[in-house]
Structure formats: C-alpha cells, structure tokens
Design a protein around this ligand. Structure first.
Ligand code: PLP
Length: 423
C-alpha cells in the first residue's frame, strides 16, 4: 500500500488527449469541460466544500472500471467478471480502515448524503427521534430538513449554537437529550468552524442510551492528516464525504465497529443503493493512499494554518468572523459591518472571481459567507497569499464597479501563479 506523495502532475497530458477525442465527437460538451477547467484555474475556489483532486484520482475516474456492474461486496457479487472490481474495493476498504483506525469501512456510498442515509437505515426505524444540530445553526439537509428524507421519515429535534459565541451549547444538547430521549444523536455541521467535542457528545448519548453518529463530511481530510480530532473512538457510526478536505473523488463512506458492520453494509446495499460505482471506489482507494502520506499530513496542517491567517485578515478587513476564528479549513464571516448581507457579498465576490458560498450565522436569520482553504492550499498557496486574498476580498466588497473589475484581474494573476494542474 505504498503510494508516492502524489504531486499534481498534470492531467493536462491525459486530459488534453481525452479532450481531443471528445472534441472530435462532441465539441459542445468538450467546450463545457474546457470552460470549467479554465474557470477553476483562473478564479479562486474558496468554497469550503471543494478541493482539487489529484491527476491520479482523475485517471481512476476516467478508467473502464466505470463500465463495471458490481452489486454486492467483494467475493459476494450479483454479477460476473468482478475480479478487478473486488480488488479495487478491497484495497479501498483496507486503506480507509487503516487510515482512520476503524474496524470496518464501507466505501460504496455515492455521496455524503447517501452515507448519512445508510447510517440512519442501519440504526433507526421511521418515526424514531433524532437529535441533531438544527438547520438554522449549521445542520446539513440530512439532519432533519423538511424537504429531505430525514425530515420526512424521522422526528428531528434540533440543538443550536450559543448566539453570543457561536459555539455548540452542550448543556442545551444534554437537556434536549434528557427531554426527548432520541434514538440517535448526530454531531457534525456544514458551517461549524471549530472542532467537535466528540467525547462530550458520547457522554450525552450514553446518558440517554442513544447511538452517536458523527457526520464528518467536512473535516474528514483533516482527521486523515492528523489536523483534527478523530471521531472514530467515540461514534457508533462515522459518515463522511471523500471529496471535501480529503481531496478524493465525489462520494461518501461509512466507518463503524465490528458489531455494526453487517447492518451498515446491508443499509448501503441492498437497502439504499444498487451497483457501486467501481471507478469512483478505485479513485477513493487512490485518495486514501495519498492521505496516508506525510505530504498529506503537512497539507492538512497547512490548510488549518492558512484558514487561521485568512480568518484574522478578514477580521482586519472588517468582517465579523464566526466564533472569532477557526480550528479547521472552514471560516464563517458576516459582511454586515461592510453594509451588506451574505447573498449580496457572494454576488460581488463572484464578479471579482472569488467563488464561495453563503451560510447561516449564529445570530439572526441573516446569511453570512462560508469560505474554506482546502482548494487554495492544494494549489500551494501559503500565509502571504491568504493575506492577499483577504485584501482582494475586502476591496471587492467595498470598491466601486471599476475597482471590482480591477480585483478580477488581480485574482486572475494570483490564481495564474498557482495552477491547480500543471503541465
Ligand atoms: C457535504 C455534507 C454532506 C453531504 O455530502 P453530499 O456528497 O453533498 O451528499 C452531508 N453532511 C454534511 C455535514 C456535509 O457537510
């Protein structure tokens, strides 16, 4: 399972060849793919959920494993010809288990949401009560949104963050657990910039006899690199994506102990999914191999160091930083002191070539901005670039139209120095 510290050697060779063939057959879609490659390279990807996966992962995604049907699990498939598919999945599973110190890994979930669905399916029945971070405080759609299967099929009770500090209020979590006796407690968020206190959640879950599900979709790459605490010793089930800080292909995974392994596997297939996407599973194996290298550990540390510098520099530009900083790749920022809400700010920043998301804020119904440093750190940017980004962002938010256009040019110049894929 030795893997070189995979540099970002160019897909441009392979990508260029593939694109050439595609262009001859389908110029319309070839233009779309080229346009997207250019967009990613000449603007700043500050969305906290995105990253640049390696050329090696992209190669796995573009491989003929994409053609293979492989319902079931290695050694027990519902289709013939699964020798190589089995090999890919066995490698992915053993790398994931070793990387995270988990007894069991299921690498088949098609997405982070599918991983959460599988966790619920393994532990709950429709109508069960679940305690999770409320959506207005940073819970994910799968944490009880009325428009999502979770809100339709389970009875969600939401805990919140302290409006003054933005931090999870564990006393409130405990009180709600005692009052509602949930079957499961979920920790994890789309917007929380601090480490989750898994031990505190474990204690609360134990007190009321609930399962603990950790939805680590965001920080799992930091966990892999040793830059965030692991939920594995505490949670009954850990769900994650493989494409956020972890930098693999789009997809999900589930980790658990031996006792729940069979239930988790059946919850993924055949309960909630059909054939696994074997090319993606091969890509996950590649990403787990990369994430086990010292180079990835230093990447994870840099992601956090960059986020801390960026958060401080954004505060100096006048934005109000959620919880006053960050422990992770993720930053919440309220642009209200600059006289606008998150939506207006996101639009201005998009015009300036800075791509990010809006998000909930600890106080009130207003939306703020959510940024992350996973992608720009993969590009090789360091503290100086974080300060430059903060000042460009401040200029785009406060400048007139001419200034925003000038910032767009400066963003293009900065991004040009750090191409995500070099040739
Ligand atoms: C991103 C995310 C998910 C869902 O991942 P998808 O791959 O988009 O389905 C689930 N939970 C949390 C906390 C997330 O941040």
């Amino acid at each position: 399972m030795s893997v070189t510290a995979s540099a970002y050697t160019s897909p441009s060779g392979a990508f260029a060849d593939a694109l050439g063939a595609l262009r001859r057959q389908d110029p319309e879609i070839a233009d779309v793919l080229l346009g997207e490659a250019r967009r990613q390279a000449d603007s700043l990807q500050l969305s906290a959920a995105e990253n640049f996966t390696s050329a090696a992962v992209l190669a796995a995604l573009a491989s003929p494993l994409a053609n293979k049907y492989a319902e079931g699990y290695p050694g027990a498939r519902h289709h013939g010809g699964c020798e190589m598919a089995d090999a890919a999945e066995r490698v992915a599973v053993s790398r994931a288990s070793a990387l995270f110190g988990a007894a069991h890994a299921n690498v088949q979930p098609h997405s982070g949401s599918s991983a959460v669905l599988a966790a619920y399916a393994a532990l709950l029945r429709p109508g069960d009560t679940v305690l999770a971070l409320g959506l207005p405080h940073g819970g994910h759609l799968t944490h009880g949104a009325p428009v999502n299967f979770s809100g339709r099929w389970f009875d969600f009770v939401g805990y919140g963050v302290d409006p003054a500090t933005g931090l999870i209020d564990h006393d409130q979590v405990r009180t709600l657990a005692r009052t509602h006796h949930p079957k499961a407690v979920v920790c994890g968020s789309i917007a929380y910039p601090r480490h989750i206190d898994h031990a505190a959640f474990r204690e609360i879950a134990d007190e009321v006899g609930a399962y603990l599900i950790a939805d680590e979709a965001h920080p799992m790459g930091l966990v892999a690199g040793g830059a965030a605490p692991s939920p594995v010793p505490y949670a009954d089930i850990v769900c994650a994506t493989t494409h956020k800080v972890l930098r693999g292909p789009r997809g999900g995974m589930v980790l658990c102990g031996d006792e729940l392994a069979g239930r988790v596997d059946r919850a993924v297939f055949p309960f909630s999914q059909g054939g696994a996407q074997m090319h993606v599973i091969a890509g996950k194996a590649v990403a787990f191999g990369e994430a086990a290298t010292p180079a990835f550990a230093s990447y994870a540390r840099r992601v956090v160091a960059n986020a801390r510098v960026l958060a401080g520099a954004l505060a100096a530009e006048g934005l109000d930083i959620t919880t006053g900083g960050t422990d992770t790749h993720l930053i919440g920022a309220d642009p209200a002191p600059l006289g606008m809400d998150g939506r207006a700010a996101r639009a201005r920043l998009a015009a300036a070539g800075m791509v990010l998301d809006t998000c909930v804020l600890p106080r009130g119904a207003r939306r703020g901005l959510r940024l992350g440093t996973a992608a720009v750190t993969t590009q090789g940017m360091r503290e100086d670039e974080m300060r430059a980004i903060a000042s460009l962002l401040g200029a785009a938010l406060t400048g007139d139209e001419r200034r925003v256009r000038a910032v767009r040019g400066e963003v293009r110049d900065l991004a040009g120095v750090f191409p995500p894929y070099t040739s």
